[in-house]
Design a protein around this ligand. Structure first.
Ligand SMILES: C[S@@+](CC[C@H](N)C(=O)[O-])C[C@H]1O[C@@H](n2cnc3c(N)ncnc32)[C@H](O)[C@@H]1O
Length: 317
C-alpha cells in the first residue's frame, strides 16, 4: 500500500482545533445531493491488536479487549476527518512518522482520557499543605532562594497544578514567606496542555472548589473562569511522555510529584518503569502521590508508605 499523506491542516488563529479542508463533493449528473449517512469505520480484531501494541510500545497505555470500542470511536472520527478509509492505512501513516509530526499530536489527544478538576482529591491536598510542605520547608530553611519544586506529571488541562499553586499562595506563603514555588505540569496530550496554558475553565472544572478560592483567584465572565496571573506565574507546562525514558531522566530535583489517575491506564511492566523513573526524579525526603484508586502494591518497594486520613503518600527516604 502506498503511504498516505494527510490533507492539509489549516490552523485557525482563534481556536486551537484544526480545521481540515472538506473534500469537494462532485455529484454524478442528475443525482440529488443527499446528506451523507454517518458511517462508522470498523476496526477488525487483528488491527485492534496491532494498534494496541503500537500504542503500548509508544506510551505504556494498554487497551484491554473491552476498550476496542473506545479506539474505534475516537480514532474513527480522525480517519473520517482525514478521509482515510481504514485503520490499517492510518496505522501505516503513524508508523511512517516515527513518533514525530503533527498527526502524532492528534493521535495522543484521541487515545487519552483527560478527566480532571480542581481540588480533585482533597485529603491529598490537605496532607500536602499541613504535613509534607512543612517537613520540606524545615529542610530548606536557610537555603538561599529556597524553592519548593512540584511536578504534576499527568497534568491534563492543569487543574491539579493550579490547585497546588493556589494552595501555596493561600496557606503556605503566609507561613514561609522566604519559600518560592515552582510547579511543572506535563502531559502527553498537547491539546490539554494548550487549555492548561490558557488557564480558562468552565463550571465543570471548578465544581469542587471552595468558593473562597473562586472569588479570590479567578475572574468570572460569561460562565468562564479565568485564572489570575498570580496563580499562573508559578506554573509552567511541557509536553512529555511518562514512558519516554530519556525525557524522564531530565526531570529531577522534585520535592513532591503528583502522578494521579494515569497509572490505571498502564500495564504492570509500564507501571514499574514509570514509578521507578518517578522515584529517581525526587529529592531524598521527597514524596509521591498517586490516584485514590491506585496502589504501588507489586510495583515498587523503594518508597516508605505514609498514612494520612483518607489518603497515603509515598516517601523517598
Ligand atoms: C485522567 S487524567 C488525570 C489528570 C490529573 N492528574 C488528575 O488526577 O485529575 C490522565 C492524564 O494522563 C495523561 N497521560 C496518559 N498517558 C500518558 C503518558 N504516557 N505520559 C504522560 N501523560 C499521559 C493523559 O493525557 C491525561 O491527561
Amino acid at each position: 500500500m502506498p503511504p498516505i499523506t494527510p490533507k492539509p491542516v489549516i490552523m485557525s488563529p482563534i481556536t486551537p482545533k484544526p480545521v481540515i479542508a472538506p473534500p469537494k463533493i462532485i455529484a454524478p449528473a442528475g443525482a440529488a445531493m443527499l446528506p451523507k449517512p454517518a458511517t462508522t469505520i470498523k476496526m477488525s480484531d487483528p488491527t485492534f491488536k496491532t494498534i494496541r501494541e503500537f500504542i503500548y510500545q509508544l506510551t505504556g497505555i494498554y487497551f484491554q479487549d473491552n476498550k476496542k470500542y473506545l479506539l474505534e470511536g475516537r480514532l474513527g472520527k480522525r480517519l473520517q476527518l482525514l478521509n482515510i478509509p481504514d485503520f490499517e492505512r492510518y496505522l501505516q501513516l503513524l508508523k511512517s512518522l516515527n513518533g514525530r509530526g503533527e498527526e502524532m499530536r492528534f493521535f495522543y489527544d484521541a487515545i487519552t482520557i483527560n478527566e480532571t478538576f480542581f481540588f480533585r482529591n482533597e485529603p491529598q491536598f490537605e496532607a500536602f499543605e499541613k504535613t509534607l510542605v512543612p517537613q520540606i520547608a524545615a529542610m530548606k530553611k536557610g537555603q538561599p532562594r529556597a524553592k519548593l519544586r512540584v511536578w504534576s506529571s499527568a497534568s491534563s488541562s492543569g487543574e491539579e497544578a493550579y490547585t497546588i499553586s493556589m494552595l501555596f499562595l493561600e496557606k503556605i506563603k503566609p507561613l514561609y514567606p522566604w519559600l518560592e514555588l515552582e510547579v511543572v505540569g506535563t502531559d502527553i496530550s498537547a491539546g490539554v496542555l494548550e487549555t492548561a496554558r490558557q488557564g480558562v475553565y468552565r463550571e465543570y472544572s471548578v465544581r469542587n472548589m471552595p468558593r473562597h478560592y473562586l472569588d479570590k483567584y479567578f475572574t468570572i465572565d460569561d460562565q468562564r473562569f479565568y485564572l489570575k496571573d498570580q496563580v499562573k506565574s508559578q506554573v509552567r507546562f511541557d509536553h512529555m511522555n511518562l514512558f519516554d525514558r530519556s525525557r524522564m531522566r531530565t526531570m529531577s530535583n522534585f520535592d513532591i510529584v503528583f502522578c494521579c489517575n494515569v497509572l490505571i491506564y498502564f500495564d504492570q511492566a509500564s507501571k514499574i518503569q514509570v514509578v521507578s523513573d518517578l522515584y529517581d526524579s525526587l529529592n531524598p525526603g521527597g514524596f509521591l502521590f498517586i490516584g485514590y484508586a491506585e496502589s504501588l502494591h507489586g510495583i515498587s518497594t523503594a518508597f516508605k508508605l505514609i498514612n494520612f486520613p483518607k489518603t497515603v503518600a509515598y516517601k523517598k527516604e
